[in-house]
Write a protein that binds this ligand. Structure first.
Ligand code: GDP
Length: 360
């Protein structure tokens, strides 16, 4: 499964947030045979559509899609110099599919800041700098090798072009993700070269409670990290929220001017940043969301349930969630001509409610 690595300077609230994530762990509840790794938080992707599907089909349970977060401890200045902890830190980042930086915005004189002052933009730069230096080192080794290989026609010139374009971006102090493809960096080649800053970034701003509804502050912070996505939460509050019932939690959030818990925002943002989407199945046993990549076809989607479903795929019976919701029953949706038969070239849309037909 794809994972999002959580990083951050010391004392920004990373462990507090990660504890909230793991307490919210859906694995234990829904997948009793799964092994649980203390460094991985598996969080449900909130999806109100599943409750409605369960109502329509009389499902005994609801299984949401999940997003996995890995706690990557130990960013230290000089990580890129590859000393001890630094090496491990970079190796862990290399394995993650996206990078989530927790950034401190809350003021609290009882919690010291490593640099003596709370400055989200400085903290972001500190971590960017380590990752950028690591990438520059990777390229210093790779470029001479690639030049030789291109001369000997062993490597496509496009790979070398990406390496050189990446070097230019990084030397300006920018991450490859922020620079985007316009900078001439092919993301597939950049990944092959093992460059870290090409991974998608997400920023979680750990705010004071009274900053949770401060739209101007949020806009300023968003601007710092654009085009990456930002999530705004209070890590301590998240710990309290997971102990509460859904209704009480919502009331508490609304009291702070927020609509949704930070963990829900984070799951949604992470899912989207990873380029994932869901389709839905429903029956008396369960209503369930299945994770696929954007652009996948019906047989590929079927393969997520079982590899036999992909191999023996015949067709898919599909109704959009909106149509089913409006018409209220599968029979009514069929009568209204809203249940489509799709073949093997069909590209799945988010919220398709599906039944696959297959040979075994
Ligand atoms: P880490 O080093 O980044 O993992 O940070 P911790 O999660 O251990 O938090 C460091 C300290 O900051 C702890 O004393 C937390 O209770 C406190 N803390 C975490 N989040 C918040 C917050 O949102 N507001 C305030 N005031 N304190 C926080």
């Amino acid at each position: 499964a794809l994972t999002i690595g959580i990083v951050g300077l010391p004392n920004v609230g990373k462990s507090t947030m990660f504890n909230a994530l793991t307490k919210n762990n859906v694995l234990a509840a829904n997948y009793p045979f799964a092994t649980i790794d203390p460094n991985v938080g598996v969080v449900p992707l909130p999806d109100a559509r599943l409750d409605r599907l369960a109502e329509i089909h009389g499902s005994a349970k609801v299984l949401p899609a999940t997003v996995s977060f890995v706690d990557i401890a130990g960013i230290v200045r000089g990580a890129s110099e590859g000393e001890g902890l630094g090496n491990k830190f970079l190796a862990n980042i290399r394995e993650a599919d996206a990078i989530c930086q927790v950034v401190r915005a809350f003021e609290d004189s009882d919690v010291t800041h490593v640099d003596g002052k709370v400055s989200p933009s400085d903290d972001i730069e500190t971590i960017h700098t380590e990752l950028i230096l690591a990438d520059l080192q990777t390229l210093e080794r790779a470029v001479p090798r690639l030049e030789k290989e291109v001369k000997g026609k062993k490597t496509d010139k496009a790979v070398l072009d990406t390496a050189l374009a990446a070097q230019a971006v990084l030397e300006e102090g920018r991450t490859l993700y922020a620079a985007g493809e316009a900078a001439g960096v092919d993301p597939a080649h950049a990944r092959e070269l093992g460059l870290l800053t090409t991974k998608p970034f997400i920023y979680v701003f750990n705010l004071d409670e009274d900053q949770l509804a401060d739209a101007d502050l949020h806009a300023r912070l968003r601007e710092i990290v654009a085009p990456a996505d930002a999530v705004f939460l209070n890590a301590k509050l998240e710990m309290d929220l997971i102990e509460m019932s859904g209704e009480d939690a919502l009331e508490m959030l609304q009291g702070f001017g927020a609509e949704e818990s930070g963990l829900d925002q984070l799951a949604r943002t992470g899912f989207h940043t990873l380029g994932l989407q869901t389709y839905l199945t429903a029956g008396p046993k369960e209503s369930r969301a299945w994770t696929i990549r954007q652009g996948w076809t019906a047989p590929q989607a079927a393969g997520v349930i079982h590899t036999d479903f992909e191999r023996g795929f015949i067709k898919a019976e599909i109704v959009s969630f909106e149509d089913l919701d409006e018409l209220g029953t599968m029979a009514a949706a069929k009568a209204a001509g809203k249940v489509r038969i799709e073949g093997k070239d069909y590209v799945m849309a988010d919220g398709d409610v599906v039944e696959f037909r297959f040979n075994v």
